[in-house]
Design a binder for this molecule. Sequence first.
Ligand code: ADP
Length: 175
Amino acid sequence: MERDFDLYFKRGIKMKCALYSGSFDPITKGHKDIIRRASKMCDRLIVAVLNNSSKNYLFSLEEREEMLKKSLKEFKNIEIISFDGLLVELMKKIECRYIIRGLRAVADYEYELALAYGNYEISDEQVETIFIPASKKYLYLSSSMVREIAKYEGKLSNYLEDYIADRLKAKIKGR
Ligand code: ADP
């Protein structure tokens, strides 16, 4: 008889805490897919919204946090925080040593590997990065791509939740 895999793995051992960081400008279905999968790997998943002063975001930090909150309310073990500065300093402060990152096509690889090595080295080899491979259907999905599609009023339903798509369209119209 075929059994649901869920039955076997529900009570498996998990990490106590992991952190998923990103700009989420705005949150896409690709981000949410990684969050859903990561949330099953740990007791507590912290989603950290990057607010780098040298970056030009479309949405303000408050808007990005608000959209995340709304989009992630079905998850019980998730906390949303914001940060700027060195990620390893934040990790130290919250005593969490695992960073989750999503890995899409080859283009992500160099950048993500450099980040992972950097964080490992400057944390005296304490902070590890765990990569989750992007789901096939979201392999080429990025926030910058949806911003571009929205600019030309293209179809967003495969990439964004309706509420986020509406916010994005309104934002771009108002510019
Ligand atoms: P950044 O500004 O660091 O690129 P993003 O918000 O774009 O931040 O992404 C945060 C993390 O989510 C990164 O690890 C990125 O690779 C991952 N990610 C983004 N889009 C997807 C997707 N479609 N599928 C899987 N992972 C993704």
